[in-house]
Design a protein around this ligand. Structure first.
Ligand SMILES: [Zn+2]
Ligand SMILES: [Zn+2]
Length: 287
């Protein structure tokens, strides 16, 4: 399929319509059930209008949002939002960019925060060799320590991986991540890496880049992942889907990514969305 066709696909128009965009109907189809498995609602980008952002998400059919900490302070902020909003849950962790600064006291505090009833996962954690902001051994030590913490807490992990697939997969295999449960967030590998993640027992999360005209490997990945191992996310405020590139991303736009994923699989959004939302609820043990 040529990339130029993306925005003309009927599904894309439907997603924008669900957001009440130009020419669309305000409000989501009654049956819509979307779960944004990865957002950062605590960042300054949302400080002034988080209530409106959440209202737009609900209007687009987003019934659950996981907001993700990246260090101790933002993990606390994630719990604060999740404690206030019934359809927002929190994950606490140390992003690889902050791994160098994570000492024993930091890890102990993360482990303490995990006990909050609103915390349903440990993340984001992982390795990032693209920015390489932390020394690699510090990266790996922090990643391994938090995998241990997740195992002890009985909560799944949210894995960040950028240009580090070999080391991430080796670390996850050694930690027997299949027993812990986890999501490869904002999946950026090819079909082969996706198969290895599935073999490890991971769920794969697709983010906005699947809507970009230059998405090469992601369409194949989206088609090969079994429906019961697939979820979607925004990573808001980062990585907005194609219609909003250059702007702030927000959880309502997960409808656009989910629409593209359903189109690529030849499925109806209203059939696939509840399956993906159920996967998230099962993984996060939301009953
Ligand atoms: Zn990430
Ligand atoms: Zn993130």
């Amino acid at each position: 399929m040529s990339s130029g066709q993306i925005d003309e696909r009927p599904g894309s128009a439907g997603a924008l319509g669900a957001l009440g965009g130009p020419g669309g109907h305000v409000g989501a189809p009654r049956q819509m059930d979307l779960f944004d498995t990865h957002a950062h609602l605590h960042v300054p980008d949302f400080a002034d209008d988080v209530d409106a952002v959440l209202a737009r998400a609900r209007g687009a059919g987003v019934r659950g949002i996981l907001t993700i900490g990246t260090d101790v302070e933002t993990s606390r902020a994630a719990i604060a939002i999740a404690s206030r909003e019934p359809d927002v849950w929190a994950a606490v962790g140390i992003h690889p960019h902050d791994a160098a600064a994570a000492d024993a006291a930091t890890l102990a505090e993360i482990e303490r925060l995990i006990a909050s009833p609103r915390v349903v996962a440990v993340g984001e954690i992982g390795l990032d060799y693209f920015r390489d902001l932390s020394p690699r051994d510090a990266h790996t030590r922090c990643f391994e320590a938090l995998l241990d913490v997740a195992r002890r807490a009985g909560k799944p992990v949210l894995v960040h991986c950028r240009d580090a697939h070999a080391d991430v997969l080796a670390t996850l295999a050694a930690a027997r991540v299949g027993e812990i449960g986890g999501i490869m967030h904002c999946f950026s590998g090819d079909a082969g890496i996706a198969r290895r993640c599935l073999d490890l027992g991971l769920t794969i999360s697709i983010a906005g880049p699947v809507t970009y005209p230059n998405a090469r490997a992601l369409p194949d990945v989206v088609r090969l992942v079994p429906a019961d191992r697939l979820v979607v996310e925004t990573d808001a405020p980062y990585l907005p889907p194609q219609p909003y590139r250059g702007k702030r991303n927000e959880p309502a736009y997960v409808a656009i990514t989910a629409t593209r994923v359903a189109d690529l699989r030849g499925e109806r959004l209203e059939d696939l969305a509840p399956v993906m939302a159920a996967n998230a609820r099962r993984l996060f043990r939301l009953g």
